[in-house]
Design a protein around this ligand. Structure first.
Ligand code: ZN
Length: 211
């Protein structure tokens, strides 16, 4: 088996909000924190963004990709698409495990206010003022790692994650309100403790793009 480690650095260029399960005085929607009290972007959020972008790109290039969360839409375990091979599905555990992204900062969060808009009347809804806790623009660090049966499948996984990361525009909630826009989502791959050259990833991207 071959060990793949992906080191990810996510730079947010606007404040970020992902809703956690904490209660904070003065905020209706609080950021999630880990056991040490550090803010994080949950692993499931990272994985979900990368997966949906990977699906969209491969589909645009004419590859068979399963139908996502539609009932019966995911691939059977004996005939997995490229995306399920990396991100897994209900019948196939993902080989890559994602960590939460931890903020590389110790600045205080800010509280932003917002007004609920009625979709029907297209106007502000009375009595619907809410307060959202947001993390200032920052760098967030995360990893994904796992074991693959061959060098080829590990490189495919690295290429798919790096390609999807390039195209993620925003993380978290309320990007239409200007929150969570990304400066950059960088991915460094290390295969069996040796850094993977960009060329190896580019070769895979070219193969998928058919050129
Ligand atoms: Zn699939």
């Amino acid at each position: 088996m071959h060990h793949l480690l992906l080191r990810m650095a996510i730079t947010t260029s606007t404040p970020l909000h992902t809703t956690g399960n904490r209660w904070v005085w003065g905020a209706d929607r609080a950021l999630p924190r880990d056991g040490k009290g550090l803010f994080h972007i949950p692993a499931t959020t990272l994985k979900g963004l990368l997966r949906s972008n990977a699906e969209a790109i491969l589909r645009a290039w004419g590859h068979r990709v399963c139908l996502g969360t539609a009932p019966g839409g995911r691939c059977p375990a004996d005939s997995l698409c490229c995306v399920c091979q990396v991100f897994g599905n209900p019948s196939y555990p993902a080989p890559l495990r994602f960590s939460d992204a931890i903020a590389d900062w110790d600045r205080r969060p800010t509280i932003r206010s917002g007004v609920g808009i009625s979709r029907y009347r297209k106007a502000a809804m009375p009595k619907l003022l809410f307060f959202t806790e947001t993390a200032p623009p920052n760098k967030w660090l995360a990893t994904a790692e796992g074991f693959f049966p061959s060098v080829g499948t590990a490189l495919q996984a690295a290429a798919l994650v790096a390609m999807a990361a390039c195209t993620v525009a925003a993380v978290g909630a309320d990007s239409s309100r200007g929150l969570g826009w990304l400066g950059k989502w960088q991915v460094e791959a290390v295969l069996d403790k040796v850094p993977v050259e960009l060329q190896a990833l580019q070769d895979q991207w070219r193969a998928w793009a058919g050129g």
